[in-house]
Design a protein around this ligand. Sequence first.
Ligand code: PRP
Ligand code: URA
Length: 209
Amino acid sequence: MSKVTQISHPLILHKLALIRDKNTGSKDFRELVGEVAMLMAYEVTRDMQLKTVEIDTPICKTKCKMLAGKKVAIVPILRAGLGMVDGMLKLIPAAKVGHIGMYRDEETLQPVEYFCKLPQDIHERDIIVTDPMLATGGSAVDAINALKKRGAKYIRLMCLIGSPEGVRAVQEAHPDVDIYLAQVDEKLNEKGYIVPGLGDAGDRLFGTK
Ligand code: PRP
Ligand code: URA
């Protein structure tokens, strides 16, 4: 069974409260989502492998640690996952970025894939799928299916807010995918929105609707 990690650093919780506030406008919402994604990336990458290298400092030779493991790909689920990419690239600037377009049909709540463009060496990269919201889990489950169909092997999922139902759905469909969240909320409402949540992440990020 996959591991579920809530990253409840005080800075993350503080910024998440501002993100949830309906009076926070798109400009601040975007900046805050980016900041939380950057802070979360620090934890999500905690187990990256290191190798020992020899460096010449201005004083002498010394042995230091540098990243040794697989290269990273960040894969946002469009649209809202895009809001997390720039923050993560501040910490992992060499990461490649793939894109998966998924929208949730508002009647059926079923995800529909409309775009997929990935780095060609996706099968050997450590992949971090980003989406602020894990509601029914349908979009994340299908996005991960789409990745696996194209050869992806090492996948983790990073969301700001999840529902218990969404977490369970991903764990059941993809027991090999670890999940990182800032918070798991109470429930879904009858329209499939997370309660208390933050509303529609894509619309709030991009100022639509
Ligand atoms: C939102 C959100 C997730 C999805 C979560 O996207 O960003 O991708 O819903 O819901 P689920 O877990 O029930 O599938 P939406 O479909 O609204 O598209 P958008 O990002 O383009 O706004
Ligand atoms: N998508 C969102 O953007 N918000 C929710 O609460 C659920 C799905």
